[in-house]
Design a protein. Structure first.
Lengths: 364, 619
């Protein structure tokens, strides 16, 4: 199955960039959590284990032909839905949300894997059609996306749920969805916004949006994190305060610095220089993946790459914007760098598929 | 079976991927610009905000200097007290903090809210002190909560606080309190919140005692917990003061007053140089009550008390001297050559001057008496006669030279001046002519004569040392951290040319008061030749007393005792004054106890125990 010559077609540059980002993440996690008075100072070790597991998952998704996965995508999709339903009833509750399945070694977060699952099933669905997708195609794709989205949003984990939307939009767009339809969809979402505001959003979510528009109106409450994020980033300067020398992250002015705000800590301790390096690496990975989509042997491969890439890019851009205090605060992690096992494994598995598509561009 | 993409499909795919690619490049470029603006363009602003976030400057209060007696027995010290404050800078819910704090401290919530409201307009970083001098239980309760991050905006500060180990010499030491606005603007170097001396030597020597506050820059975390100290500027303790006061003499005076239960004052000097050996005013207050901020109730009770406990009677009370004034009249008559010590007057219990009868206190009269015996017996007729012969101008001159009617210049704040009347004074202040008959009253210390106890002590010292009007002073030496440096004594106020032989006649009389048939034998100490003079001054005239009838007011006479010892080479001189003390002989009881203590200490004998005497309350 794995022919030896395929080894030479692996995009090693992209692998190196991914590993560099993982390493950067581990360093920053170490910096923000190495507080001798706290018991959680071994977090970066856990992250290293997650990276190793993730690389294992990557090797797995790389070894089998991606068409094997897309062929089985309905099974994978069904399995995911079952896991999500299972979580709804038996999941572990942390910080007011039921998101995790406790396993012996770590807690599994199925919603992270839903991104890959949805990318697979959408790639398969749109890849089998020729020509521009019809209204019906779009509706079916939308439903396929909406089911896991709804389940995840119910946990509640609105941040992760929303990352499924770009997966659908990106794949549909690439499949040739008419721009007019895209416009209609955008218009609908604009019109739906006030309704959502009134009925769907919870108070804390509303306050996040209003304080984003004017953080100073609630400097002690919801606006606090946003102001602190800006202070953290801004005080980093050109070259940063140095490893473990940050005050904002170290003294916990920023909450969950090792997780949602890890990029703020990077900006604080490594400065604008560190920011440029990290942004450069992310941009490189994304452009490399787009190239893989272009080089793909078939539509299926292109769609799959873009499906995986869509949620990744969305999360990277949103998280980094939020890290600088320029977007409403939302519990959205920075893929590859933030602390979190499920996210790491799912992301690396996804990139395994991206490498897979590129690697097999010449095979039949 | 997979098929290659049709050409048109491939083209569309490539175009759409390019659109995505450029979109992403644009997004990342925007991010780079955004970070550039935040991190480079606005860096200074955010850096300052970050520092304000995590750095705090805390004041480290300097302890005030310790005050010792002349033998370096500590009289005023410091102790650590804890104050509990709210810093609103990081408060999320002030109501919750107030509620929790009140519950944890076990105090009234409304009271806490009142304090917070009063300081609401102040900057949020300035602590609002809720509890001064908190108990250890309260401190422990707060410290335990802080660990839970439950009350991150509540701070416990260690504050050095004044401590007066024994309740003695309250008016001598004075008290401390928060500086008021007038003091901040008047005196340089004081800032709001400083603790300064408000009376007594705490006030006089405030600049020496105060020391310099230090400061500590600390790093705090997001909940305000101190993580580490960046720099620390240690406070400088105030200078240590050595007073001239002798602890044992002071204690003897206090014991005497405690025993008798009268209000009054006492000032005891070393007649050779003006060192104040003991000083008290009664009723007293507890200076400790002021040390950590006095509460309203205590302050109100002190200020509304009719006995005026805050008044320092020794330097602010003006009283009629009564018979103790007679030595001033004798001095004037002798030194001006009006009489000689052998001048005799026949007393039949009264005499008439300018058509008005003047009584002697002894109904049957003293018979024929010379100066020595006139002093011993305190014969009024004798002094009416020589006072009338000497005249008011000369009496005024010599009384002033002896220290009466003048400020003593003691190093305590707000001393008042007594009054020895003169025709000029009467013309100036009452726009009236002086009547010769007034001189007769003045001759026995009545009329408009009024003196402060401290000036009476100077008077006793001047008679004791042969005419040098010493300046009473309390400060002996200062230690600014480099060892004790003596403070030069203030010079004498004046030097009276007293003929030693004539003065000796007065001293003989004073010796007889205590050791002969006089009224001062309560002060007698065998072998020490105590000399002194009692004085019993009416607070109201006999007619007035009758008119007043039954009244709640204390109308008993004031009692004086001025003294020095030993007669020929005095080492101690002073005055004891008892408000409504009925008779000067009661004051002599206290004088006896303090002199007994003084001499016992000097000679290394065991000090006398607590006095057991009782006052004579029969007028």
């Amino acid at each position: 199955m794995f022919e030896r010559r395929l080894y030479y077609h692996i995009d090693w540059a992209m692998v190196m960039a991914i590993l560099a980002l993982c390493a950067l993440g581990v360093v920053m996690i170490n910096s923000t959590t190495a507080d001798p008075t706290r018991a959680t100072s071994r977090m970066y070790i856990t992250q290293l284990y997650a990276i190793v597991l993730g690389l294992g998952a990557m090797v797995f998704t790389l070894t089998l032909d991606y068409r094997t996965f897309t062929d089985k995508s309905h099974l994978i999709y069904a399995g995911l839905l079952m896991l999500l339903v299972y979580v709804m009833f038996f999941g572990m509750v942390q910080m007011g949300a039921r998101r995790w399945i406790p396993l012996r070694a770590f807690n599994l977060q199925p919603s992270e894997f839903a991104k890959v699952g949805v990318a697979l099933v959408l790639a398969k669905f749109f890849g089998e059609n020729r020509g521009s997708p019809s209204w019906v195609d779009l509706a079916v794709g939308g439903v396929l996306t909406a089911i896991p989205l709804g389940l995840i949003a119910k946990e509640p984990d609105l941040g992760t749920a929303v990352t499924l939307v770009p997966v659908f939009l990106a794949v549909a767009y690439l499949a040739g969805m008419r721009l007019r339809i895209l416009g209609v969809l955008l218009l609908c979402s604009v019109l739906a916004a006030p309704i959502a505001w009134k009925f769907a959003l919870k108070d804390y979510q509303k306050s996040r949006v209003t304080t984003f528009l004017d953080p100073s109106q609630d400097a002690k409450g919801a606006g606090y994190q946003q102001i602190q994020a800006r202070i953290t980033v801004g005080s980093g300067g050109l070259t940063g305060k140095g490893f473990k020398q940050g005050t904002q992250g170290q003294l916990r002015f920023l909450p969950v610095a090792h997780n949602d705000f890890i990029f703020s800590v990077l900006a604080e301790e490594q400065g604008f220089a560190g920011v440029l390096v990290a942004l450069g690496l992310y941009l490189f990975v994304i452009l490399r993946a787009l190239e893989a989509a272009r080089l793909a042997k078939d539509r299926l491969g292109s769609y799959l790459v873009l499906g995986v890439l869509a949620s990744f890019t969305f999360q990277v851009v949103y998280n980094i914007t939020m890290s600088a205090g320029l977007a409403p605060v939302k519990g959205l992690t920075l893929p590859l760098m933030s602390y979190g096992g499920s996210s790491m494994i799912a992301t690396l598995a996804g990139f395994g598929l991206v490498l897979n598509v590129r690697m097999r561009r010449f095979t039949n | 079976m997979s098929v290659s993409l049709p050409i048109e499909d491939r083209r569309r795919l490539t175009v759409r991927l390019s659109v995505l690619q450029y979109t992403i490049i644009v997004l990342f470029s925007v991010l780079v610009v955004a970070f550039w603006v935040l991190q480079v363009v606005q860096h200074a602003k955010y850096e300052e905000m970050a520092e304000n976030n995590h750095q705090r400057t805390l004041a480290l209060r300097a302890p005030r200097g310790i005050v010792f007696d002349r033998n370096l027995h500590a009289l005023v010290e410091n102790r650590q007290s804890y104050s509990i404050s709210i810093v609103r800078e990081h408060t999320k819910d002030l109501n919750r903090t107030v509620r929790l704090l009140a519950a944890v401290l076990g105090v009234d919530e409304a009271g806490v809210r009142l304090i917070v409201d009063r300081h609401r307009r102040e900057p949020t970083y300035r602590p609002i002190t809720i509890i001064q001098d908190a108990t250890l239980a309260q401190v422990a309760a707060i410290r335990a909560r802080r660990l839970d991050f439950e009350l991150p905006d509540v701070v416990v500060e260690e504050v050095p606080t004044r401590q007066y180990p024994e309740t003695m010499g309250a008016h001598l030491f004075g008290y401390v309190g928060e500086v008021n606005d007038a003091q901040v603007s008047d005196e340089g170097g004081l800032k709001s919140g400083d603790i300064v001396g408000q009376s007594g030597i705490e006030k006089t020597y405030n600049a020496k005692l105060m020391g310099e506050d230090g400061a500590k820059r600390v790093v705090v975390n997001s909940v305000g917990r101190e993580i580490r100290t960046l720099e620390e500027d240690q406070p400088t303790e105030g200078q240590r003061l050595q007073l001239t006061v002798d602890y044992d003499v002071q204690r003897a005076i206090e014991e005497g007053f405690d025993r008798l239960g009268f209000n009054g004052a006492a000032v005891v000097l070393d007649p050779s140089n003006g060192d104040v050996l003991g000083f008290t005013s009664r009723p007293a207050y507890d200076p400790n009550a002021f040390a950590a901020g006095i509460d309203r109730a205590t302050w109100a009770s002190l200020t509304s008390d009719e006995d005026l406990p805050l008044q320092d009677r020794a330097i602010q009370g003006r009283y009629s001297p009564g018979s103790t004034f007679k030595m001033a009249v004798a001095t004037a008559a002798l030194m001006e050559g009006v009489i000689t010590p052998d001048f005799k007057v026949h007393c039949v219990g009264g005499a008439t001057f300018y058509g008005r009868p003047f009584k002697c206190w002894k109904k049957g009269g003293h018979g024929t008496v010379d100066l020595r015996h006139a002093i011993e017996q305190s014969c009024n007729v004798y002094f009416y006669t020589i006072g009338n012969m000497t005249g008011i101008d000369k009496i005024h001159k010599w009384a002033t030279l002896l220290g009466l009617g003048e400020k003593s210049g003691i190093d305590l704040p707000s001393e008042v001046q007594g009054l020895v009347p003169s025709p000029e004074w009467k013309q100036q202040y009452r726009r009236e002519k002086w009547y010769a008959g007034e001189t007769v009253s003045v001759a026995i210390g009545q009329g408009s004569v009024s003196v402060t106890p401290v000036s009476m002590a100077v008077y006793a010292a001047t008679l004791a040392n042969g005419g040098t009007r010493v300046t009473p002073h309390l400060l002996k030496a200062v230690d600014d951290g480099n060892g004790w440096k003596p403070v030069p004594r203030p010079g004498a106020k004046s030097q009276a040319a007293l003929d030693p032989d004539k003065l000796q006649a007065i001293r003989d009389g004073l010796f007889l008061v205590v050791n002969g048939a006089g009224t001062g034998h309560n002060a007698q100490i065998k072998g020490y030749d105590v000399s002194g003079k009692t004085g019993t001054a009416q607070v109201i005239s006999n007619q007035g007393k009758e008119k007043a009838g039954k009244t709640e007011k204390d109308l008993r006479d004031n009692g004086w005792f001025v003294f020095f010892a030993p007669r020929d080479k005095p080492e101690i001189a002073g005055v004891v004054f008892l408000e409504h003390g009925v008779h000067g002989s009661n004051a002599a009881l206290i004088a006896h106890h303090l002199m007994d203590t003084f001499f016992a200490k000097k000679e290394g004998r065991p000090l006398p125990g607590k006095p057991e005497f009782k006052p004579n309350l029969v007028p």
